[in-house]
Ligand binder design. Structure first.
Ligand code: ADP
Ligand code: CDP
Length: 222
């Protein structure tokens, strides 16, 4: 059967960067499931759906057509044919995404798309998010739970935003949002952020990116 590498963890633990690099090294597809929740949130905001109104979100969530590319050299995401890879990283979407991701109807719709992406990945897939190992791919070949201290995670995210030229006020607001989002993602009823019983815990606080990538590649090779 094709390989499924399921990577979960809190914000800024290195999931996207590590997963993409592991997929490139092993010739596998790559899926960023957080981008799908962000794309759904972007559509809700663009269509003036109140993201804090779970019922309104549940009713509307069947409408947008979300398509994720799984190529490691340039993962793409479109909503109704529009490339949203830039706007989904902005502060408005980041502030609203946890509320949208807590709605069960949103999750069941996106989980189906995620399993569809894995089913068509010829050689296998590295997929990252919050519930890959616990809910979406319970039979994954390898499960990894990436973590890092909150200070390390916030520092990495700030450095990344600074390198993109984002202003300091926005960086501070997004750093404050990181802790709030992790708490919301961990405490929701449906598919909370959690380490699967059979996942390998990797604390990346004191590791370089290369060390983390090597660790995951070795786990897949075993
Ligand atoms: P996540 O997908 O978990 O939110 P990212 O992959 O976006 O995390 O990583 C956040 C930032 O931290 C990126 O800029 C990445 O290059 C950096 N990073 C990730 N892992 C490490 C590490 N072990 N050491 C240093 N920086 C890292
Ligand atoms: O990149 P960052 O870690 O900041 O977040 P992300 O991976 O892009 O995910 C954005 C949000 O989507 C998370 O805060 C969760 O609320 C939600 N999410 C989820 O609920 N389940 C997933 N499998 C992936 C993301």
């Amino acid at each position: 059967a094709p390989v499924v590498v399921a990577i979960d963890g809190p914000s800024g633990s290195g999931k996207s960067t590590v997963s993409r690099a592991v997929a490139a090294r092993l010739g596998l597809s790559f899926l960023d499931t957080g981008a799908m929740y962000r794309a759904m949130t972007w559509w809700m905001l663009a269509n003036e759906v109140d993201v804090t109104d779970a019922e309104a979100v549940a009713i509307a969530c069947g409408k947008p057509v979300i398509v994720s590319g799984t190529d490691t050299d340039g993962p793409t995401i479109t909503v109704d044919g529009v490339d949203v890879s830039g706007p989904i990283r902005g502060p408005e979407v980041t502030a609203g995404v946890s509320a949208v991701a807590a709605v069960p109807a949103v999750r069941s719709r996106l989980v189906e798309l995620q399993r569809g992406c894995a089913a068509v990945a010829e050689r296998g897939i590295v997929t990252e998010g919050r519930d890959m190992g616990t809910v979406v791919f319970p039979a994954a070949t390898v499960k990894v739970f990436l973590t890092a201290s909150e200070a390390a995670r916030a520092g990495r995210r700030a450095a990344e935003l600074r390198a993109k030229g984002v202003d300091e006020a926005t960086i501070a607001a997004m750093a404050a949002d990181l802790g709030r989002r992790d708490a919301a993602d961990s405490s929701r009823t449906t598919a909370p952020l959690a380490q699967a019983a059979d996942a390998v815990l990797v604390d990346t606080s004191e590791l370089t990116l290369e060390q983390v990538i090597d660790t995951v590649v070795e786990l897949v090779a075993q």
